[in-house]
Design a protein. Sequence first.
Length: 134
Amino acid sequence: MKKEDKILIHIKLNQDEIIRYRRDILMLELEILRILKTIDNYKKLRESELDKKSEMKKSLKEVNNSIRTLKTKILPKIELINKEKIEQLPEKKPKEKVNKKKTVKKISYKSSKKEENDLDSELVRIQEELKKLQ
């Protein structure tokens, strides 16, 4: 046989089977289209993510440059002291404690007699209720 000769295979199907197979094929096509749509959406999101990462990297570089500028030009330079230099420093004598008396002002709240009477009457009423409950 030559390559050009085609072998045809015939399968006998009834009408119900044909409809079922067509439906299955259409469902598969539909699922493939959904998957392709999801893939396209993923590509767009990924591209957006990479753009945002790029922008973020750029802004971080700017911030880093600003910090370097601050360190070199604006902020004062600080020299770190190592242990040897600390040992060479003269020791400071502890200061004597001075006893200072703290004065506390007493604050008195003057309440009017009417308020005191109200409180007393309320107190008496509560005590009476307690006695009744016992």
